[in-house]
Design a protein around this ligand. Structure first.
Ligand code: GDP
Ligand code: MG
Length: 219
């Protein structure tokens, strides 16, 4: 198999979103996850609105297709179509800004209303490296997470701490839900597709001509 074919082999594809107030570090988190480096301010290539990466979660290859708000949140106009069919989301606040923490309830309401009912959300308290300027304690945020059935991590897009973990933990929870039957990847708007690797296992030799999920466009 060629290198490209190898790198495109995955069991599942999940659509992910990154939400939260402007300035909390969403674009930097996405950049750190995809590129393994901090996107500094001198890099004005705006519009990295989308990124994808294949991760290994407990032996399964999962391709994450991640959407960034691309600045829409500045105008409080994050659209319904942005939320549509997302399997997972990182809900981001800045630990040095209580204002961004106070906005979480609004973001949650939108996500629960506009995204898939079963969307898995991980709360990320970003800018963990700025601990001296902290306005929100770890304990307070973990209580909020517990009350709202969210996973929770403090992250730093600057140092990379917990960035990969946030995406992986969210993906792991979605996989667990698929395995337990709580989530059905075939349901419309689930935000999940089977990859070629999974299809190969599903196909019987007689059905070898069946189109892949991507070919038939069932998202
Ligand atoms: P977005 O509006 O949510 O996409 O936020 P950006 O990713 O554009 O980041 C906003 C600002 O916060 C930028 O100046 C970043 O350099 C800075 N920033 C983002 N993440 C971190 C972090 O983890 N630590 C620190 N110290 N600064 C960060
Ligand atoms: Mg941004």
């Amino acid at each position: 198999m060629s290198q490209t074919a190898m790198s495109e082999t995955y069991d599942f594809l999940f659509k992910f979103l990154v939400i939260g107030n402007a300035g909390t570090g969403k674009s930097c988190l996405l950049h750190q996850f995809i590129e393994n480096k901090f996107k500094d301010d001198s890099n004005h290539t705006i519009g990295v609105e989308f990124g994808s990466k294949i991760i290994n979660v407990g032996g399964k290859y999962v391709k994450l297709q991640i959407w960034d708000t691309a600045g829409q949140e500045r105008f409080r106009s994050v659209t319904r179509s942005y939320y549509r069919g997302a399997a997972g989301a990182l809900l981001v606040y800045d630990i040095t800004s209580r204002e961004t923490y106070n906005a979480l309830t609004n973001w949650l309401t939108d996500a629960r209303m506009l995204a898939s009912q079963s969307i898995v959300i991980i709360l990320c308290g970003n800018k963990k490296d700025l601990d001296p300027d902290r306005e929100v304690t770890f304990l307070e945020a973990s209580r909020f997470a517990q009350e709202n059935e969210l996973m929770f991590l403090e992250t730093s897009a600057l140092t990379g701490e917990n960035v990969e973990e946030a995406f992986v933990q969210c993906a792991r929870k979605i996989l667990n839900k698929i395995e337990s039957g709580e989530l059905d990847p075939e349901r419309m708007g689930s935000g999940i597709q089977y990859g070629d690797a999974a299809l190969r296992q599903l196909r019987s030799p007689r059905r070898a001509q069946a189109p892949s999920a991507q070919e038939c466009g069932c998202w």
